[in-house]
Design a protein around this ligand. Structure first.
Ligand SMILES: [Zn+2]
Length: 562
């Protein structure tokens, strides 16, 4: 009985088996054959359907092949565990994939491209697009006047690429019922106003999108399915085999998005391993509200999808983004007369976290500024200290999303908390100049000290937050190595594989050894033999050749493999 075995031989298999997050710790572990954070090497691997059957030398593994097996000569290419993406927004990525992104160098030219996005729309349909001002000559957010000039005859909603601000034109503001009398919701959505009290069209805060988008026709079930199918294809092409939606409900509402995920998984349109992180304020709007448990949320998934979805963390936001001046800092911005602020006051933050843990969730809280990271660590400690506290499952520690601005004391506090820091190296390549403008050189130099986080013993998976940035893990490796010369290629790859699987509590992913899921990415050659400086320059020459999820080829091509 050898049929349906697949044997890949003649390459380098980076198993990550026996590895720890740093090269030094991996070597010191005394595991035989483990010299760095990529773990034991092999030259061949055999899997059948969803499970890995054997990893080892060519002769030993080829001996397992029978007449019905697929046998593939890797010809020196490398096999790694499929990349794990523990913080992304796949529904949003698929939803905006066909829409305009107004970017580039000239603000005026970027806004000129907006009307072109309406070419194929029905006469009254909303025009939705994104903008990224980080490269603009004049980085001011667009206003309603800018949008009215460009598109006067239909509602327009333009989302900042970070997701933490939007601009609406006059028609969209009117449809959303936003006028001079409309109040702000402190911490959640601030309506910018001109000298006369008229809204400028710009809204900032975590609910800015919802506040306007609620007036838009809801995406249909077919729209949701198409969005997730598009996202799956893009993720797979980048070598990703596990993905977490880090704010379920943030685009089209929880029920619509949960239904779309269920349908896409059941139909095979989403063939990757999936973790869903419901937005806590969506499943329990007020701080004291009863929080639905993971089984309560799972009950709304079709049977065929339920067993394939991990539900371990809820998502919460403590602050905003540096690019939109909404991250919460201890000291004011370099280029604005304020320091941002919290989304929730401290007692509400702790109360929400306590309620979520009591319902069986761990919590993943967005905190970018140093003040926000302190508030989140305080809230995790306060929630754990209450009389009715329930300790989170040790397999699913709480997470701090982004954790960008950290000094030595804060790194020590983060390490002592046991929380996982889910960080995004590609942010630095994308918005580094904007961060320096916001923070000044001294504070900007403290952003995302990867090697220091690892040295402190903090679990630090990489992620991208895509589609905030394009999000290919190999680009994340490049950005990380350019930013922090203390990091090695093996450590960066560990952060995209084994560390991400640990953050998701997914024992079946992140390492290649017997019994784990057949989730693999095939790269053009061994990435760990390419010098760090070539990666940092971006001339490493490493590319994704093929991606295999659950034993199925989901992207790319490999001769001999169906
Ligand atoms: Zn995010």
């Amino acid at each position: 009985m050898t049929h349906h075995y697949t044997v890949l031989h003649g390459g380098t298999i980076l198993t990550f088996d026996g590895a720890l997050p740093t090269d030094a710790a991996s070597r010191a572990s005394g595991e035989p054959g483990v010299d760095d954070a990529a773990g034991r090497r092999a030259t061949a691997i055999c899997f059948a359907h969803e499970r890995i059957l054997a990893v080892g030398g060519d002769a030993e593994i080829l001996a397992l092949a029978g007449p019905d097996s697929h046998v593939v000569d890797l010809r020196g290419r490398a096999v790694l565990p499929g990349f794990v993406e523990p913080h992304a927004h796949p529904y949003w990525e698929g939803f905006v994939a066909g829409m305009r992104l107004l970017a580039g160098r000239e603000r005026r030219a970027a806004l000129k491209a907006l009307p072109g996005g309406a070419e194929r729309l029905e006469p009254d349909a909303w025009l939705v697009a994104r903008y990224d001002p980080t490269g603009w000559d004049r980085p001011d957010d667009p206003t309603r006047d800018d949008l009215d000039r460009a598109v006067p005859d239909r509602p327009v909603l333009l989302a900042h690429v970070s997701g933490h601000a939007v601009t609406a034109n006059s028609l969209a503001l009117a449809l959303a019922g936003i006028g001079p009398e409309t109040p702000d919701v402190p911490g959640r959505s601030a309506i910018e106003r001109d000298g006369t009290g008229e809204p400028t069209g710009i809204l900032r805060g975590p609910d800015a999108w919802d506040r306007v988008a609620s007036a838009m026709p809801a995406p249909t079930a077919a729209d949701g399915h198409a969005a997730l199918a598009r996202a799956a294809a893009r993720l797979a092409a980048d070598g990703v085999t596990s993905v977490a939606d880090a704010d379920l409900g943030s685009t089209a509402g929880l029920a619509a998005e949960l239904a779309a995920w269920g349908e896409a998984i059941a139909s095979g349109a989403m063939p990757l391993a999936v973790s869903l992180m419901p937005g806590l304020v969506r499943i329990a709007p007020a701080p004291g509200d009863a929080v639905p448990s993971p089984p309560d949320i799972a009950a709304d998934l079709p049977d065929a999808a339920r067993a394939r979805v991990r539900l371990t963390h809820v998502k919460l936001k403590a602050d905003g983004a540096l690019t939109t001046h909404t991250a919460w800092l201890r000291a004011p911005y370099e280029d604005a007369p304020h320091a941002g602020g919290p989304v929730h006051d401290p007692s509400a933050l702790a109360e929400r976290i306590r309620g979520a843990t009591a319902a069986g969730w761990a919590v993943a809280t967005h905190a970018i500024g140093d003040a926000a990271v302190i508030a989140v660590l305080d809230a995790y400690a306060a929630a754990a200290a209450t009389a009715t506290a329930v300790a989170p499952d040790p397999a699913h520690p709480h997470r701090v999303e982004h954790a960008m601005l950290l000094d030595g004391d804060l790194i020590a506090r983060l390490a002592a908390s046991g929380a996982t820091a889910v960080v995004q190296p590609e942010f630095l390549a994308w918005a580094g100049a904007t961060y320096r403008a916001r923070l000044g050189e001294v504070r900007a130099a403290q952003l995302l000290p990867f090697a220091a986080l690892l040295a402190a013993g903090i679990s630090m998976p990489f992620s991208s937050d895509r589609p905030v940035v394009p999000g290919a893990p190999l680009d994340g490796v490049r950005a990380a190595l350019r930013h922090d010369s203390g990091l090695s290629v093996a450590e960066a790859l560990h952060a995209w594989t084994a560390a991400g699987a640990a953050a998701l509590g997914d024992d079946d992913a992140g390492r290649l050894d017997v019994g784990r899921r057949s989730d693999l990415v095939i790269l053009s050659r061994d990435p760990t033999v390419v010098p760090t400086r070539a990666w940092a320059r971006g001339d490493d020459g490493i590319a994704v050749v093929a991606t295999i999820a659950g034993g199925h080829l989901v992207a790319g091509r490999l001769e001999g493999l169906a």
